[in-house]
Every structure is written in structure tokens, then in C-alpha cells.
Design a protein around this ligand. Sequence first.
Ligand SMILES: *Cc1c(COP(=O)(O)O)cnc(C)c1O
Length: 216
Amino acid sequence: MISRNLASVKSQLPSAVQLVAVSKFHPVERLMEAYQAGQRVFAESRPQELAAKVPQMPSDVQWHFIGHLQTNKLKLVLPYVSLVQSVDSFHLLEAISKWARTNGKAVDVLLELHLGAEESKQGFTEEEILSVCHSERIEESIRIRGLMGMASNTEDEARIDTEFSRIEALFHLIRGTGLPFFDQLSIGMSGDWPLAVRHSATMVRIGTDIFGPREY
Ligand SMILES: *Cc1c(COP(=O)(O)O)cnc(C)c1O
């Protein structure tokens, strides 16, 4: 099942777009099925769940974090991940930067743009992202690799298209300034990833289309 789902997604995904398998709420046996089918990049959204899964999976797995991250949970996440996709506040950025300096490790992050209409959603505004990216205070311990966004949970394709256009424009604008390391646009999930690919996605985050409905 999982290997067939993976093969199906991969057959439609341009080879330059990275497939991130969103494994939150799935047991490690299912992650291992994906691993055995060749998948190496997995994403989790809860610190405890990530920290519990890491030692149970082979060491060549690359982990991304995609959930809301509280600053008191950094030590459960930052030692294990190659990318934090969901940096959504100045406060978190500062805390990651401090952790990175203390631990002598450079941390790669994406800045999350608040895209959907949902009030509760996390994320920076466009203006805030521009001010982070132009800030003199960007530290060497943090590498801003790009942007992440989650479109509204809707059947309305025109609306998703508009939201992806917004983040795509911001991505190209910042990349045009030559910000070092800035080359990743993470948009697209199970319902909308083909559209995201048409909006310059360099990585898509797919859970349900690979693993089926979440289990717990
Ligand atoms: C859960 C999640 C996904 C994957 O969602 P699916 O609809 O299962 O593909 C992608 N991105 C983020 C930030 C998520 O939390």
C-alpha cells in the first residue's frame, strides 16, 4: 500500500521537487514501510513524537519539523532535524539562534508565512518575513533556507491558487535579493500539491496520500 502510494506520488512529481513524507500520528512500522520503499525524508509535527521515533528509525533518515514549536521544546527537536520548516515568530527565531550558538550547530530553517484565512493559523506576515530577511542581525548560526506555507483547507481551487501565488511571489522577491542559502519553497500537501508544483514548490509535504488517514 504505502510503497504503491509513494510510487504513484513520485511518478507525478518532477524529480527536482523534494518529497517530504509527513509521518505524524503514524506508527514506526508504517514509516519503515516507506523507508523500505526508498523514502528517506520524514516530517513530524510534535516534539515528543519526533524524539520517540528518531531512535527507532535507521540513522540515514532525515527529519524535518513542521509543527508549532515552543521554545521550551527545542532540545527535543533541534538535535535530530535537518530542517525546521515551521518558524513562525521572532521569539522562536531568537531562541533557535541562541540554542544553535550554545550547541555549536548551524540550524536550517524555513520561515512560515501565514497563508490561509483561518485565524488560528501560525505564521509571519509578508512584512515580517521581509524584515527578518533584511535584518542585520541574521546570525551565522541560523540559515534561512526559504519559506513554508499551508493553504486554506478548502475545495476552492481559485483561493488556493491565490494563496500559493502570494507565497511564490514573496519567495522570488527574496531570492532575487541574493540572500545566501535561500532556495527552498515548501508548499503543497495531499490535496493541493500538484498546484503547488506549478507555483515553484521545491518541496512538498505529503502525509495522507502516502500513509492513508492518520491513526491516533
Ligand atoms: C499534517 C501536515 C501536512 C500533511 O498533510 P496531509 O494532508 O496529510 O498531506 C503538511 N504540512 C503540515 C504543516 C502538516 O501539519
